[in-house]
Design a protein around this ligand. Structure first.
Ligand code: BG6
Length: 470
């Protein structure tokens, strides 16, 4: 049985949800120069906003002006918590100023007050795929150690402002994505292709984010000991393609790039597994005296992670062609239209692997199916495929708790309301339980409506998961 205080909810992030990119004095973020694409492939990055080009994050689905309506819908489903992120560039427009932007802080005061009106706990990511663009232009992004201080200032500001209002925090969304070649721009403002010392830059950026995360954890605990502060890992599960030991070893070596971050977040030091990663890249992060203490003093309270799919690894495997989470095709699994292979048992494994390794409470802060929805003649979305995906993953998660005795705090499916895809910028890659009327070109009145999965998930929460076992 899941505990009665299990945190059921849903997950979003400002860069894909909030919009209003120039309102309330907000500064530009890296995502604001990241163009959408219609081909399901990775998006184009521009150095600055090109006149006439369409940038999906500028309006996104306008949570900024719809938050009351959206939160009421989440409350109707019975959410106990709601995962969102604070846009750093709404609080510090350039990232390196001394004084925060009051209008930005006030916006989140109002959002949190609205969540509390419905007894929903905010779960807040401090950096979800965005940072002030000026930090990239002036300092070269997370390559530069000064960002640790700028991030600490931002964290201190929001920890003080929202003391007693926000209890659950996550530091960097999918921090390991900066090591996977997939999302270094969104994750850390980096483009490796143009960098002669890509491996060194990547390890330095990772080190700076790990220091910044540890500083944040320590600050958050000092400001309010009731704060529970977690990390956030992307869990890209890999299986060896065959039982050939070399395939198994290769799968493990790829997973080690995720444990690199988990080890430092949870154990407070670079472990032997981390050193093996340095060897693999032929570089080591530049460290300074005192760094060891900072890392040791900032270990996380829990592990937040995202899980969508798995891949296989080995010589000659067939590629899925999926964007971002691409990998080897597994003959036992089906794929989403975007090539992400659907593997609920993989979630149970992920929970076990992480719990066995770290013995810290876990929180599934993202999981879901990106799919093309159609609205029928009566204006309804009959998304049985999404219900099926979620039900199978929730069942696997409950098995991990009930049969494997993993400690799990909560479950927040990704994009509980349709929002912009991080990898492609598309609207048509929808995850929501709530439909938003907007297309890939930005057309649509942004009206919200309940999908079939909305009513289903409401029952899941009402029965504390029991309904998925029927
Ligand atoms: C996670 C990210 O990797 O996957 C989210 O934290 C993202 O920001 C989600 O939206 C799904 O990816 P995509 O590319 O389908 O939006």
């Amino acid at each position: 049985m899941l505990s009665p205080d299990f945190l059921w909810g849903g997950a979003t992030a400002a860069n894909q949800y909030e919009g209003a990119y120039r309102e309330g004095g907000r500064g530009l973020s890296v995502n604001d120069v990241h163009r959408g694409c219609h081909c399901g492939q990775t998006r184009q990055i521009d150095g600055q906003i090109q006149p006439g080009a369409y940038y999906p994050s500028h309006e996104a689905v306008d949570f900024y002006h719809h938050y009351k309506e959206d939160i009421a819908l989440f409350a109707e489903m019975g959410f106990k918590c709601f995962r969102m992120s604070i846009s750093w560039s709404r609080i510090f427009l350039q990232g390196d100023e001394e004084t925060p932007n009051e209008a930005g802080l006030k916006f989140y005061d109002e959002v949190f007050a609205e969540l509390h009106r419905y007894n929903m706990e905010p779960v807040v990511t401090l950096s979800h795929y965005e940072m002030p663009l000026a930090l990239v232009q002036k300092y070269g992004a997370w390559r530069d150690r000064r960002l640790v201080e700028f991030f600490a200032r931002y964290c201190e500001t929001v920890f003080r402002r929202y003391k007693g209002v926000v209890r659950y925090w996550l530091t960097f969304n999918e921090i390991n994505a900066l090591m996977l070649s997939s999302r270094p721009w969104l994750q850390a403002g980096l483009v490796y292709g143009e960098d002669e010392n890509a491996a060194q830059s990547m390890l330095n950026a990772a080190h700076h984010q790990l220091l910044a995360s540890a500083r944040a954890v320590r600050l958050g605990h000092e400001i309010d000991p009731a704060n529970r502060i977690g990390c956030m890992l992307l869990y890209p599960l890999r299986y060896g393609a065959t039982c050939a030991p070399r395939d198994q070893l290769e799968a493990y070596q790829q997973m080690r790039q995720t444990y690199y971050f988990g080890d430092v977040h949870c154990r407070g030091r670079y472990t032997g597994a981390c050193q093996a990663v340095w060897q693999q890249f032929g570089a080591e992060p530049s460290r300074q005296p005192g760094d060891e203490e900072i890392l040791a003093q900032g270990t996380v309270d829990f592990i937040g992670f995202s899980y969508y799919c798995s891949n296989i690894v080995g010589a000659g495997v067939d590629e899925t062609g999926g964007n971002i989470l691409a990998g080897g095709r597994n003959p036992y699994l089906e794929s989403s239209e975007w090539g992400w292979q659907i593997d609920p048992t993989g979630l149970r494994l992920a929970l076990n692997y992480l719990y066995d390794r770290y013995q810290k409470p876990l929180f599934i802060v993202e999981n879901g199916l990106g799919a093309r929805d159609t609205v029928d003649q009566d204006g309804r979305v009959q998304d049985d495929y999404r219900i099926d995906y979620l039900a199978r993953h929730i069942r696997a998660m409950m098995d991990a708790v009930e049969k494997d005795h993993v400690e799990l705090m909560g479950y927040t499916p990704w994009g509980c309301i349709d929002l912009v895809s991080a990898s492609t910028g598309e609207m048509s890659k929808r995850y929501g339980l709530i439909y938003v009327n907007k297309d890939d070109d930005g057309n649509g009145d942004l009206s919200r409506s309940r999908k079939k999965s909305f009513y289903w998930y409401k029952k899941v929460i009402e029965t504390n998961g029991a309904i998925v076992k029927e």
